[in-house]
Design a protein around this ligand. Sequence first.
Ligand SMILES: Cc1cc2nc3c(=O)[nH]c(=O)nc-3n(C[C@H](O)[C@H](O)[C@H](O)COP(=O)(O)OP(=O)(O)OC[C@H]3O[C@@H](n4cnc5c(N)ncnc54)[C@H](O)[C@@H]3O)c2cc1C
Length: 321
Amino acid sequence: MQKPDLVKETHPVDYDAIIVGAGPAGLSAGTYLAQARYRVLLLDKESFGGQIMNVEWIEDSPGLAAPVSGAVLASGMVNAAEQCGVHMELGEVVEIESYSGCKSVRCADGRAYTSSLVILAGGLRARKLGVPGQDRFDGKGMIHCTLCDAGLYAGQEVAVCGGGNAGIIEALYFANHASKVHVIEAQPGLTASAALQARAYANPRLEFRCGATVVEIVGDEFVTGIQVQNAATGRKELLNVSGVLARVGFDPASGYLEGLLSLDDRGGIVVNHHAETDVSGIMAAGDIRSESPRKVAAAVRDGETAAMSAQRFLQSLKQEV
Ligand SMILES: Cc1cc2nc3c(=O)[nH]c(=O)nc-3n(C[C@H](O)[C@H](O)[C@H](O)COP(=O)(O)OP(=O)(O)OC[C@H]3O[C@@H](n4cnc5c(N)ncnc54)[C@H](O)[C@@H]3O)c2cc1C
C-alpha cells in the first residue's frame, strides 16, 4: 500500500503524526495510524509500554479470564506497533508549538521534530509527598518503580505512603521481598477496593498506620527512616525503614502543556468526544485526559478515538490542496 504522499508533499514535515507517550493509549493510536500507512513517531521519556510495564498483574481488564502480567501485555502492544511501522524513540517532550498546518515538538536533549498533528498520551505522574527529605533521598531510598527495585530491599523494612489501590497493589508486591511493609494512610481507613483490602489485611508482612501522615524522610547518605504523625493525637513516631514509596495520588503529566491548550483544575487535558483538544491538530488520549477512567481498556479505546480523529484531520489537509 502507498504512503499518503500527498500529505507529505503539501506539508513538508518530518512525520504525519507525533505521539507523546508510549503507554496503551499512545501505542494503540500509533498502531492504528501506522496501519493506515501514515508516518508516525512515538516518543517516550522512559521506556516503551507505559505504566503497565511496572504493574505485576493487570487484573480487571475486559476479556482477561485471569490476571495477565503488565509487562507481557505491554510487550505485546509494543511489538504490534513496531510491526506496523511505528517509529519509536526515547525522548522527553518539553515543548510543543502549534502553527497552522504544522506542529513542532522539542525534546529535553534539544532534538526537535515537526509533524502535521500531535497526539498527547503522556499518562500520569506520581504525586510527591512534599515533605523534607523526599528530594534529598531521590534514588537513595525514595523508590519510583516497585517492580524494578523491590528486590533491592529483600529482608529489609520499607514504607508505602498511601493506602489506595496503587499503594496496596505495590505494598503486596513489596511483601514478596521485604521483611515488613509499613502502609501509611492519611484517612482513618484504607481506601483501596474491598478485595485488595482483604488481601492486604491477610498478609502478615503488612503493617498499617491509618489516620497518620509522613512528615519527614530521615537518613544520612541513604534513607534510614520516616517520621510519622498521628492526625488525632499529634504524636510523632520514627519508623526505621530503608525504602519509601509515595503513592498518595497521581496527576496528569501535563505541566509542559500549560498555556498551549485547556487543562481542567487537576491538569487533565480537556477533550471532546472525538479526543480533540481546543487546539486544531492536537488530540489527547488515555489517563492524561480530563475525566479518564484510568484503566488500560479505556486508554486503548481513547487511543483509537484519537487516531480516528487524526486520520480525519490528515485527510482534510489533503483536501485543502
Ligand atoms: C499500581 C497500578 C496498578 C494498575 N492496575 C491496573 C489494572 O489492573 N487494570 C487496569 O485496567 N489498569 C490498571 N492501572 C492503570 C493503567 O496502568 C493505566 O490506566 C494505563 O497505563 C494508562 O495508559 P496511558 O497510555 O494513558 O498512560 P501510561 O501507561 O502512563 O503511559 C504514558 C507514557 O507517557 C510517557 N510520558 C509522559 N510524559 C512524557 C513526556 N513529556 N515526553 C515523553 N514521554 C512522556 C511516560 O513515560 C509513559 O510511558 C494500574 C495503575 C497502577 C499505577
